[in-house]
Design a protein around this ligand. Structure first.
Ligand code: SF4
Ligand code: SF4
Length: 224
């Protein structure tokens, strides 16, 4: 499982991400923001007390964040189809709580990022700090052209603060008759022959090809 530092570093490398909250009226709102620090307790973000973002964080206590690190330039092959460079997506979702100023100041001597936060808050006293402290998430690392490895996808899920996560991917039940039909249709190299066949969840894109092709109905989603 990824460490908190690794989760933060990935988000930090991405930079600005989409931060989504319930809007309090049955909908959701998203805006661009970033995590400015991490420690054993979680991932930290700042906002201002007059923003809808602040009210929504206070009312719901919920936050979902995602972002992508990729090459902006799209290259096309001889068939005029896009060639995707290797990249990754990160997403997390969970519960937030607001920190007191005393809590933020106590972290500053040990952490440069909190030191900057204290400096900024002195200039903008309406700043408020939250920590995403109980959450789950996923690293979705793709290499569709298989430049650096022999399969397209590596997914890694994680959870912190007592939250839980479900492993990714479809699964194959004992109804499998080992006909091999699914193998040819999986461009993610996620299916392993056997009796029954099996799916490597960390490689599975949940594209559904095996689900629809299986004559025995043996390829199913995790909830089934
Ligand atoms: S297509 Fe279905 S029955 Fe055939 S090998 Fe795949 S999972 Fe098993
Ligand atoms: S859902 Fe798609 S990626 Fe996953 S095992 Fe089936 S065919 Fe492969």
């Amino acid at each position: 499982m990824l460490t908190m530092k690794e989760v933060f570093d990935r988000f930090d490398e991405i930079g600005c991400c989409s931060f989504a909250t319930p809007d309090g009226h049955g909908g959701v709102e998203a805006r661009i923001a970033h995590f400015f620090a991490y420690d054993d307790e979680g991932l930290y973000l700042r906002t201002m007390d007059v923003k809808p973002f602040y009210r929504q964080l206070k009312q719901s206590g919920r936050l979902a964040v995602n972002g992508e690190r990729t090459e902006a330039k799209v290259v096309f092959d001889e068939n005029n189809l896009p060639l995707f460079k290797p990249g990754y997506q990160m997403r997390v979702a969970g519960e937030v709580r607001e920190l007191s100023m005393a809590e933020v100041e106590a972290k500053a001597p040990h952490d440069r990022n909190f030191n900057v936060a204290v400096y900024d808050i002195a200039k903008y006293p309406e700043t408020r700090v939250f920590v995403l402290h109980r959450f789950h998430g996923e690293l979705y690392d793709y290499d569709y052209a298989m430049v650096n490895r022999d399969h397209k996808l590596h997914r890694e899920r994680f959870a912190f603060g007592g939250d839980a996560y479900e492993e990714p991917g479809l699964r194959i039940t004992d109804d499998c008759i080992a006909c091999g039909t699914c193998l040819a249709g999986c461009s993610f190299k996620a299916i392993v022959p056997g009796e029954p066949y099996a799916i490597l969840g960390e490689r599975c894109d949940e594209c559904g090809n095996c689900y629809h092709a299986c004559p025995a109905g043996a390829a199913v989603s995790k909830g089934e």
